[in-house]
Design a protein around this ligand. Structure first.
Ligand SMILES: NC(=O)c1ccc[n+]([C@@H]2O[C@H](COP(=O)([O-])OP(=O)(O)OC[C@H]3O[C@@H](n4cnc5c(N)ncnc54)[C@H](O)[C@@H]3O)[C@@H](O)[C@H]2O)c1
Length: 258
């Protein structure tokens, strides 16, 4: 198998749709074998089947996976060992948006958002590192958000959870470096990209109008596309980024430069 990720074994969470599905497909295209996981078991099976149809049987595997469960993480890492033959790339992508100001959430709702977006990165990294150490060089890619760096009045939970992912990624990077492991960790910070995660934001308003409004806030004048994230993830997974760790890639069309 040739390609920029030939010989790499990748696990992508939240891969039933959106950015996770695009990232898994891009990694398969570049020669990795990929374990796609999601709480939506049927959805992730369908994406994995499509990848196998396109790139050959045995390229993609799938698992139903709630990223907030440590027990399920342990089972998924074991599946990576068996199905992929190891683990060299972990993409912590699964996430949710809960909109609301700091006054809008119950404590249970708050904890749920933090669990899906941030506890998942802690659990996944902790469970994956022992296997990743056996397959160096390795790369952990955490999908944060530009909302992890820039706040909004009605994104209290999302801002807090994604900001936590940003600094957790740096701590993981420094831990691995200190241990002398060739395992890097970086975060990715996209701005709005039209995936189902924006459904609540659009609500029952006219989608084209809302998306045009969002695009107006972006210096490049357009929203991102799923492949913008997939391309960055392929770079971070590949040895081309071998000197990059504890860093962040902003995919925001220039928003944070203002
Ligand atoms: N699309 C955007 O505008 C955008 C911008 C910045 C960051 N992000 C981040 O990118 C990541 C992917 O977002 P997306 O746009 O593809 O969203 P999406 O809603 O299309 O996909 C998210 C996937 O995560 C899965 N998921 C949710 N909770 C889960 C759980 N507890 N366990 C396992 N899987 C779970 C969903 O089933 C879904 O398949 C998220 O972390 C999101 O915060 C998205």
């Amino acid at each position: 198998m040739s390609g920029r990720l030939a010989g790499k074994h990748a696990l992508v969470t939240g891969a039933a749709q959106g950015l996770g599905a695009a990232t898994a497909r891009a990694m398969a295209r570049e020669g990795a074998n990929v374990l796609l996981t999601d709480r939506n078991g049927d959805g992730v099976a369908s994406v994995a089947n499509d990848i196998n149809a396109e790139f050959g049987a045995g390229t993609a595997f799938h698992a139903r996976h709630d990223v907030t469960s440590e027990a399920v993480w342990a089972a998924v890492i074991e599946q990576a060992r068996e199905d992929l033959g190891g683990l060299s790339v972990l993409v912590n992508n699964a996430g949710i948006v809960l909109t609301g100001s700091v006054e809008d959430f119950t404590l249970d709702e708050w904890r749920h958002g933090m669990a899906v977006n941030n506890d998942s990165v802690f659990l996944g990294t902790k469970q994956a590192l022992p296997l990743m150490r056996e397959h160096q060089p390795g790369s952990i890619i955490n999908i944060s958000s530009i909302a992890g760096l820039i706040a909004s009045h009605n994104f209290a939970n999302y801002n807090a959870s994604k900001a936590a992912v940003w600094l957790l990624s740096k701590s993981i990077a420094l831990h691995c470096a200190r241990q002398g492991w060739d395992i890097r960790c970086n975060s990715v910070h996209p701005t709005f990209i039209r995936t189902p995660i924006l459904n609540d934001l659009v609500g029952d308003r006219d989608e084209a109008t809302i998306l045009a409004k969002l695009a107006k806030q972006v210096p490049l004048g357009r929203l991102g596309e799923a492949d913008d994230v997939a391309h960055a993830a392929v770079y971070l997974a590949s040895d081309e980024s071998r000197f990059m760790t504890g860093a962040e890639i902003k995919l925001d069309g220039g928003i944070s430069a203002m």
